[in-house]
Ligand binder design. Structure first.
Ligand code: ZN
Length: 299
């Protein structure tokens, strides 16, 4: 009896040691909430995720605070948007973290934009001209086609890091893909084709292209440059000529120029979520897209 008890006791210890290793989670650090959500949907219980940028923050301008550097230090993999969206802070975070896993060229340095064909690429790459999107529009998380490719790429990298759980990640991707197929039918049936909008920033270019509507202009004439009075007058003229349905703003776009244009033209302003979690009811990428599509189709 005593012997059996000892055996079970030792087996228990062995199992605890073994399972703590077997069930060690992959430490994912994601810059943006939508990237964190995708990693969660594919990695589920096998990943532990830290998100660097808050939903209230403008993702173009984030301070490389020590807390972000500490988070990056522990990452097995760093997942980021790319196309220079995080160029003002991410290179500093990566370098200061001194984490060999996430340095450029390492498999733990995962640029989600590698799966995307960028639109609105400038012919001369020169940030001194002020445009903060010289390598193309970085806001491809509004594009279901591109997000699906990113989810696929994420699945492959998680399989590479953690091959023992390959079937698990592939099963989660299949579930994601099934939901995506179901949702895309719903989104495509929303009445967006032919609609016109004005935006504060060029957030909606991929969405407009995939859903066949038009952004007739942006209040911010050049991405990242506060509009001059000339820019404001120009967008007012465009609105008067093209008669769009609404102005699309987001939680971090400046209120003053948006309200001014709205007042001068009589257009309504719609607050559109810019990322997962930035407005109520946008807890994952699917509900975020649900919200975006319904706000635009009801305008
Ligand atoms: Zn931008």
């Amino acid at each position: 009896m005593k012997k059996n008890f000892l055996k079970i006791f030792l087996a228990g210890i062995f199992l605890t040691m073994f399972s703590s290793n077997l069930f060690a989670k992959i430490n994912v650090v994601a810059t943006l909430p939508w990237i964190a959500d995708l990693a969660k949907q594919i990695g589920k219980d096998h990943v532990s995720i830290t998100t660097l940028v808050k939903t209230s923050q403008d993702p173009h301008y984030v301070e490389a605070k020590p807390s972000l550097i500490i988070a990056a230090r522990k990452a097995d993999i760093l997942m980021y948007n790319g196309l220079d969206l995080e160029i003002g802070y991410l290179p500093v975070i990566i370098e200061s973290s001194k984490n060999p896993n996430i340095q450029p060229g390492k498999s733990g340095n995962f640029d989600c934009s590698q799966f995307v064909t960028p639109i609105e690429k400038l012919s001369s790459v020169d940030r001194s001209m002020g445009d903060i999107h010289p390598r193309g529009n970085p806001h491809y998380h509004f594009s279901p086609a591109n997000v699906l490719k990113v989810a696929q790429g994420m699945t492959e990298i998680l399989v590479k890091i953690d091959p023992a759980n390959e079937a698990y990640y592939r099963k989660n991707y299949q579930a994601f893909y099934s939901k995506w197929q179901e949702k895309i039918k719903k989104w495509k049936s929303a009445n967006l084709a032919g609609k016109k909008f004005v935006a504060y920033h060029t957030l909606f270019s991929y969405l407009a292209k995939e859903f066949n509507f038009q952004i007739v202009g942006c209040i911010e004439a050049k991405p990242g440059i506060p509009p001059s009075s000339g820019d404001i007058q120009k967008i007012i003229d465009t609105i008067n000529k093209t008669k769009p349905a609404a102005i699309l703003a987001n939680v971090y776009s400046p209120k003053k120029p948006v309200d001014f244009v709205a007042e001068k033209t009589g257009l309504k302003v719609i607050l559109v979520p810019h990322d997962v979690g930035s407005l109520p009811g946008t807890d994952d990428w699917f509900s975020f897209m649900d919200k975006v599509i319904s706000l635009l189709s009801e305008a």
